[in-house]
Write a protein that binds this ligand. Structure first.
Ligand code: ZN
Length: 318
């Protein structure tokens, strides 16, 4: 009995402490709202890294806190339970959460293009991948869709290749050790293998699927409803940040390197492949993406564009 009471007490303490932390996260000591935005340290979250450098006076009555995660499942768990207010995340993971009833809105793209399909140097054509092992980060990713599209384009099927899920950071080493014949993943991990001369670009994503969507900026709808003015200001800054990141100059390297550990040579290469301008989510492209997912049986019922995408803010962005 005593033991049970102790467990209840400990659970209550943990719960109280979790609630206090969450509540404190919403408004800071000066009474300002803090938007907690999750990210993984990848090139694809680029506009957020610039965003955080917005001059204080441009953030009208709120702060942005970037919260770093080590994996997509950890980030999604925090987003789904409201420990963070939004995130730059693989669009497919956000769509799955929405499908499962989490009220998320996709308010902008993270980037366009910016993925490469990497192979070891002895792979000359896609047919050489028959029977080989090829790595993707997660089946719910545009990387998986890009792989399928590439195989189809070159006359192979998905079943012709042994597709494995692998942690992105492990992929360049796995390629150089010949544990895999190739991979497709968020940057800078493709550029790493190329810069180390351990692999080569077999295809750029725009050769397979031009203007492909991959990561999106999502926000919890309850946060949007709470203060639309703050969200508008945040998206204004986000759009400007995308334009700054798209200059791909030394200031960009300086900002990015505060959030992700990367050599300048590797970042420069991955920046060559990516675009951060025009981050509005268009219906035609979204529907194409949802169609690819349905074709691969990744979803039966993808969220419809009108319910999942909210362009209100990006359309008013100044
Ligand atoms: Zn991405």
């Amino acid at each position: 009995m005593k033991k049970l009471s102790l467990i209840v007490l400990v659970l209550a303490m943990v719960f109280t402490s979790a609630c206090t932390q969450a509540d404190e996260g919403k408004t800071n000591a000066t009474g300002k709202t803090t938007l907690k935005i999750g990210y993984l340290p990848i090139t694809h979250a680029g506009p957020l890294y610039m965003e955080s450098h917005a001059p204080e006076e441009q953030l009208e009555g709120y702060d942005v806190e970037l919260v770093k995660f080590g994996s997509w499942p950890d980030l999604m768990d925090a987003l789904n339970t409201g420990r963070i207010d939004g995130a730059s995340v693989l669009v497919q993971l956000a769509m799955m959460a929405k499908e499962q009833g989490i009220d998320l809105k996709a308010v902008a793209l993270g980037h366009k293009d910016g993925n490469v399909l990497v192979t070891s140097k002895n792979i000359e054509e896609t047919a050489d991948l028959k029977g080989a092992t090829y790595a993707i980060p997660h089946k719910f990713s545009s990387h998986n869709l890009l792989l399928n599209e590439m195989l189809k384009k070159d006359g192979l099927t998905y079943e012709d290749v042994n597709v494995v899920e692998m942690a992105p950071a492990e992929m360049p080493a796995a390629l150089s050790e010949e544990r895999i014949a190739g991979y497709v993943v968020a940057e800078p991990f493709g550029a790493q293998a190329v810069a180390m001369d351990k692999g080569k670009v077999h295809y750029h994503s725009d050769e397979i699927w031009p203007d492909s969507y991959c990561c999106v900026l999502v926000l919890r709808n309850d946060i949007i409803k709470k203060d639309e003015e703050i969200i508008q200001s945040f998206i204004d800054q986000y759009v400007k940040a995308g334009e700054s990141a798209n200059r791909k100059d030394d200031a960009v390297y300086e900002s990015f390197s505060k959030y992700m550990k990367v050599d300048k040579e590797v970042l420069d290469l991955s920046l060559e492949w990516i675009s951060y301008d025009d981050l509005r989510i268009e219906q035609e492209e979204y529907d194409r993406l949802a169609g690819f997912m349905t074709e691969m049986s990744l979803t039966e019922n993808p969220p419809v564009y009108e319910e999942f995408v909210d362009n209100t803010f990006i359309d008013k962005a100044k």
